[in-house]
Design a protein around this ligand. Structure first.
Ligand code: PLP
Length: 391
């Protein structure tokens, strides 16, 4: 008994050492203050460029008040899954608002974006005669969703529409599902959504779009990446977006045709077998949606900060990846270099996350600078000055 325990544990220790040797150990940082550009991290005040709160809504007083009121009206938890007794009016109100906002027939609310993605692809492409076509840089939750599906998997090089077209031409699958991030989470670039949509039409495929990083930020009134690219709510599209990023609260939704959403409701395991999100969060998100839609000034300010950062970083020895979004990755290449720069910034009171494999491909470690409408021009100027000094 003792011996087997010893073997089990020494195996884990050896694997942890391997991670450490490769510079891949991850560390949590404890925040002693709410999500905001100015945070207290383990006792130290830092200016953070590390969250996905792109519009600065996580600390919005009206949304906090809506959350508190939601808890008073609806309780602290939903008590059950949606299909048992956990589907409250607060959830349904938010679903109706999201459907209206995105223009799709119907929406389904999920507790997290990870669960929402796990619901879509494996439910649409469930059999061995089906096929999933995925961008190589898709988010981990989309990759895991494709793995859960029993369909054949095809991964095309990032953004390579000619490669995708060739794969689709050769496919005899009964159901084809094309899956892509809209804004790539670690690169900040936008998928060629119009081409993806045309290919989906031509090959009669479903198009599953994860707009975690475009929702609220891009498009008229923040309606997201599809709206930004002029693509309307087509029945072959299933749109997923998270609510814990620009919307500032938590959870996610999938929008689509009434038929597709009803099918997910009936069949998607990560919808059926999990407790519904606390209704107060739905109330807070409904409030957030109202603010996000009306408050264009936040998006205008964010765009100005993006321009400021890109202009200020132009002369650095490290390359900023081409990105028009709030995600601005500074390429370092080696893991050690990314970590070293992150630590040097940290010592100057600035927090930018270093992103390493397996989150990104080997040799492409980077600092993921994440901007928010809650930053000021002065904040961005401080980051640029520190990077210039360290270069
Ligand atoms: C592109 C993308 N999709 C899905 C998710 C998962 O969303 P959630 O954090 O709500 O689980 C994330 C990030 O967390 C993401 O970046």
């Amino acid at each position: 008994m003792k011996d087997t325990q010893h073997t089990r544990e020494s195996l884990l220790s050896a694997r942890l050492r391997q991670l450490a040797d490769a510079g891949l150990t991850r560390q949590r940082r404890r925040l002693d203050s709410p999500s905001d550009p100015r945070v207290i991290v383990e006792g130290q005040t830092l200016l953070a460029f590390a969250s996905n709160d792109y519009l600065g809504l996580a600390a919005h007083p009206d949304i906090i008040e809506a959350l508190a009121q939601g808890a008073r009206d609806w309780g602290a938890g939903s008590g059950a899954s949606h299909l048992v007794s956990g589907h409250l009016k607060a959830h349904e109100t938010l679903e109706a608002r999201l459907a209206e906002f995105t223009g799709f027939d119907r929406c389904l609310l999920f507790s997290t974006g990870y669960l929402a993605n796990l619901a879509v692809t494996p439910t649409l492409a469930a059999g061995r005669d089906d096929a999933v076509f995925a961008d190589r840089l898709n988010h981990a939750s989309l990759i895991d969703a494709a793995r859960l599906s029993r369909a054949r998997q095809y991964r095309y090089p990032h953004g390579d529409m000619a490669a995708l077209e060739r794969l689709l031409e050769r496919s005899a699958a009964k159901t084809r599902v094309i899956v892509s991030d809209a804004v790539f989470s670690m690169d900040g670039d936008l998928a060629p959504l119009s081409v993806l949509f045309r290919l989906a039409e031509r090959f009669d495929a479903w198009l599953v779009i994860d707009d975690a990083h475009g929702f609220g930020v891009l498009g008229q009134e923040g309606r997201g990446s599809l709206a930004h690219c002029g693509i309307g709510p087509d029945p072959r599209i299933l749109l997923m977006a998270t609510l814990g990023k620009a919307a500032g609260t938590g959870g996610a939704f999938v929008a689509g045709s009434a038929l597709a959403i009803e099918y997910l409701l009936q069949k998607a395991r990560s919808y059926i077998f999990t407790t519904a999100q606390p209704p107060a969060i739905a109330v807070a998100t409904t409030k957030s949606l109202e603010i996000l839609q009306k408050d264009e000034a936040r998006r205008v300010h964010l765009r100005a900060l993006i321009r400021q950062l890109r202009a200020g970083c132009a002369a650095l020895p490290w390359r900023l990846l081409p990105s028009e979004t709030a995600i601005q990755p500074l390429m370092l290449g080696e893991n050690d270099k990314a970590l070293a720069l992150m630590r040097q910034l940290w010592r100057r009171g600035l927090w930018v996350a270093a992103i390493r494999p397996p989150t990104v491909p080997p040799g492409t470690a980077r600092l993921r600078i994440s901007l928010s409408a809650a930053h000021s021009e002065d904040d961005v100027a401080k980051l640029i000055a520190a990077l210039r000094e360290l270069a």
